[in-house]
Write a protein that binds this ligand. Structure first.
Ligand SMILES: Nc1ncnc2c1ncn2[C@@H]1O[C@H](COP(=O)(O)OP(=O)(O)O)[C@@H](O)[C@H]1O
Ligand SMILES: [Mg+2]
Length: 248
């Protein structure tokens, strides 16, 4: 079972759109796929039309008193399941802190699922916290949607520092450009310059496209309602690149 986190310290950069669309593509290729919506805002749950609620509460779940299996919901798509968010996830740092080995908690909870799924996407909340540390411990790789601006680059460097300072070098870091607007000079400049400095940068990128925004209207993965647009193609090539890179 491969575990991929879709993560950025910043919010509103396209994490949820990435998790939902890549999970959809993986499932379409026959991989048994799970999305865990870890953001209390519950956007991934919303896109899959599933009520953001953890039965019995997340406290019980995080303490290992609930079988994750009982919390997982099927989606409208074959091979694609969802662990919904819960509003109580906003206190997840506190809840984790009360458990044994708090930084390893999510990994421990996910382990029993390894026979049921080929791939898990963690749709992460923004910020860098105990939840993030859990995510870093649990994942094989982090997909990092990055808007090509100087401020995004700064938070990306903060993440790299965190990874090195916390002995997480085994973690694969996979940044890619997200919400790219080629009419913006800063975007084109950053996209020209950064590949020379960051070997880990993926080649695929996701354009700024209203097709993506409409996921909230249709409450579906983009590939269901606009399968032939530029944005759909971009997610397809991103997924192909990620899949090849992680050797899946
Ligand atoms: N490539 C894109 N083009 C246009 N809008 C996008 C794109 N990706 C995401 N959005 C929109 O931007 C907002 C934030 O995206 P989202 O995926 O929820 O980001 P995050 O999970 O990082 O907070 C949403 O309204 C979404 O529809
Ligand atoms: Mg999100």
């Amino acid at each position: 079972m491969h575990i991929l986190g879709v993560y950025n310290i910043k919010g509103g950069v396209g994490k949820t759109a990435t998790a939902v669309n890549l999970a959809y593509l993986a499932a379409r290729e026959g991989l048994r796929t799970l999305v865990w919506d870890l953001d209390p805002q519950g956007a991934a749950s919303f896109y899959f039309r599933i009520k953001p609620k953890v039965k019995g509460g997340s406290k019980k779940m995080l303490r290992g008193k609930m079988d994750l299996d009982d919390l997982i919901k099927g989606t409208d798509y074959e091979n694609l399941d969802l662990m919904p968010a819960d509003f109580s996830y906003r206190n997840m740092d506190l809840l984790l802190d009360q458990t044994k080995k708090p930084a390893m908690r999510l990994l421990k909870l996910l382990r029993p699922l390894s026979y049921e799924y080929d791939l898990v996407f963690l749709d992460c909340p923004p910020s860098i916290s105990l939840v993030s540390e859990n995510i870093f411990q649990a994942t094989d790789a982090l997909l990092i949607p990055t808007i090509p601006t100087t401020l995004s680059l700064r938070t990306y460097r903060q993440l790299l520092d965190f990874v090195t300072n916390n002995g997480l070098e085994r973690l694969r870091i996979m940044p890619f450009f997200s919400m790219v607007d080629r009419r913006k000079r800063m975007h084109t400049e950053m996209m020209e310059q950064l590949p020379d400095h960051y070997d880990e940068l993926l080649r695929s990128n996701i354009p700024y496209a209203s097709d993506v925004e409409r996921m909230g209207v249709y409450r579906q993965p983009l590939l269901e309602y606009a399968p032939n647009g530029t944005a759909a193609n971009a997610y397809e090539s991103l997924w192909a690149e990620v899949r090849a890179d992680i050797g899946l």
